[in-house]
Design a protein around this ligand. Structure first.
Ligand code: ATP
Ligand code: LTN
Length: 329
């Protein structure tokens, strides 16, 4: 069975973008692949997090993984910091990555271009840690949203370089990007990705938003003044995004949905999108509440990290041996 690995940062609450672009796909893959998913808590401290908020977000993220359908009997689920090999291999890979490569990472470039102050060294070297996350497990595939493709490609370059330098060590992974929903856009600004760090909060639907709030956000989503339901990503990006959300969640094609609402006002389409989203949120939230009450999270994480550490420690030992970092007795 091929192995698949992915992670989500527990920065703030998980969003509908995380669900459609990543989480939902993990659930679909867990029957056919050996699935490893983790909570990337080391990645999220590349920017300051309030400790109490972070603790709460960690629990919520695990509970949401489970509520969305990840099954601990099928997938290995753990917290990144519970497997020490991530930080250690992250450092080793940083020593095999060039500054020029990190300078080209768009996520970092965009943040610097915005003139963000207090950017940390951790944010800069983050792709090396992400490469470690993936390479430790010899993962064949990495299901991610569009924004992470570049980081997986860098991981491939780092793995190939290491293999060339030290001999065959790492499996070179491939990114796996869904055809629909790989980049859900903000409802208030369809030129931007729907993001947890959306300060105004209006453009982002959180998986724990109460359905009334989610409906309001959808009904006031920015569209256009053409007053014509069509699939035109370039000229009607807001509308396109709404149809993509509905398509991803309903399994209907985007064309079919656009045809159904052609000639009707945007209000009707928005109402449909809201129905689809709210019914998904209600399902997720009711399971989330059960999981929080069942108090199983700690046990699931400790079993998950034991399984993960067995794989990761073996890879790390091989890496150290190849590099010549240990004395052989
Ligand atoms: P931020 O929103 O702060 O930029 P993030 O949500 O991108 O953070 P993660 O939580 O680590 O960061 O993302 C987890 C997964 O969700 C990744 O695979 C990412 O590509 C995917 N993802 C995130 N936002 C979207 C989106 N708007 N559309 C589709 N996929 C997304
Ligand atoms: N960088 C990703 C989260 C992430 C990840 C990973 C995804 C960290 N490590 C390994 C896939 C594989 C993000 O910011 N969305």
């Amino acid at each position: 069975m091929k192995r698949m690995l992915s992670g989500i940062k527990p920065t703030g609450q998980l969003t509908l973008g995380n669900y459609i672009g990543a989480l939902r796909n993990f659930v679909n893959y867990q029957d056919d692949y050996e699935m490893i998913v983790f909570i990337a808590n080391l990645h999220c401290i590349t920017e300051y997090q309030d400790p109490a908020d972070l603790r709460k977000n960690l629990t919520d993220a695990v509970a949401l993984y489970l509520a969305c359908g990840l099954d601990p009997d099928k997938a290995t689920i753990f917290l990144q910091t519970d497997v020490h090999a991530h930080a250690e291999l992250g450092y080793i890979l940083a020593c095999n990555t060039y500054l020029g490569e990190l300078n080209r990472m768009t996520q970092f470039k965009d943040k610097s271009a915005k003139g963000e102050k207090n950017m940390t060294a951790g944010l800069y070297t983050y792709p090396c840690l992400m490469a470690a996350d993936i390479l430790l497990y010899n993962a064949n595939y990495v299901p991610v949203g569009e924004d992470q493709k570049q980081h997986v490609e860098l991981t491939r370059d780092i793995a190939q370089r290491f293999n060339n330098r030290y001999g065959e060590t790492f499996v070179v992974p491939e990114p796996l990007i869904a055809k629909v929903g790989a980049r859900i856009m903000s409802l208030s600004d369809p030129s931007k990705k729907m993001s947890k760090s959306d300060e105004a909060n209006k453009g982002c639907i959180y998986l724990l938003d109460d359905p009334k709030t989610a409906r309001k956000k959808i009904m006031s989503a920015v569209t256009d003044s053409f007053a014509d339901v069509k699939l035109d990503k370039e000229n009607q990006p807001g509308l396109y995004n709404l149809i993509e959300i509905a398509s991803a969640l309903s399994g209907r094609s985007m064309e079919e949905i656009a045809d159904e609402f052609a000639g009707q006002g945007y209000g009707k389409l928005k109402g449909y999108v809201a129905d689809v989203v709210c019914s998904e949120l209600e399902k997720i939230q009711s399971r989330y509440n059960e999981i929080i009450e069942s108090r199983q999270i700690e046990k699931i994480l400790s079993e998950g990290s034991a399984k993960a550490a067995a794989i990761a420690d073996e890879t790390l030992a091989r890496v150290k041996n190849k590099i010549g970092l240990e004395i052989k007795y």
